[in-house]
Ligand binder design. Structure first.
Ligand code: AR6
Length: 167
């Protein structure tokens, strides 16, 4: 468990090899953490994103980080919460796995995740955090290059939920 940390604050400020974005299927930006990442990275990020031609829910795409302290941005498309019977949990798990696989493919050593889908997309925070932590822990069972995983929380509620799961 020494691999996993909790950080309270803005993901755009963290110096890790890769930060994960909670994107939508267009990959062309939006509000929330997506907006913050695009603002901080600058217009080249949008340009590179548009070259991907979108990304399906449950998958992720990797780009450079441009003006961010992070070298890469991994744009993961989480599910929109529709009550829980529409494979939301499978899709969310798949987002975390795809992001970790892409980071590993670039030999990244550190990665930071926001609480994907828990803002605009409406996924209940506690359930989403449970999936995030379990998926990352399971993935870490195979010896990876990544040796630092940061869960970034942006408010009290999210911090409490993650703290409970991680201690
Ligand atoms: N750093 C870390 N976490 C943040 C930041 C930040 N700067 N800003 C917000 N959060 P959301 P979603 C937290 O809505 O639910 C966008 O328009 C926030 O408190 O950003 O996956 C996209 O383009 C919440 O816990 O992402 C998509 O259309 C978490 O990040 C859609 O929203 C995720 O909230 C994606 O919705």
């Amino acid at each position: 468990m020494e691999y996993i940390e909790l950080y309270r604050g803005d993901i755009t400020k963290i110096k890790v090899d890769a930060i994960v974005n909670a994107a939508n299927t267009s990959l062309l930006g939006g509000g929330g953490v997506d907006g913050a990442i695009h603002n901080a990275a600058g217009p080249q990020l949008r340009e590179e994103c548009s070259g991907h031609g979108g990304c399906p829910t449950g998958q992720a795409r990797i780009t450079n980080g441009y003006r961010l302290p992070a070298k890469y941005v991994i744009h993961a498309v989480g599910p929109v919460w529709k009550g829980g019977k529409f494979k939301e949990s499978v899709m969310l798990q798949s987002c975390y796995r795809s992001a970790l696989d892409l980071a590993e493919g670039k030999h990244a050593k550190s990665i930071a995740f926001p609480a994907i889908s828990t803002g605009v997309f409406g996924y209940p925070a506690e359930e989403a955090a449970g999936i995030a932590v379990k998926t990352v822990r399971d993935w870490l069972k195979y010896p990876p290059t990544i040796n630092r995983i940061v869960f970034v929380v942006y408010n009290d509620a999210a911090e409490n939920v993650y703290r409970k799961l991680l201690t």
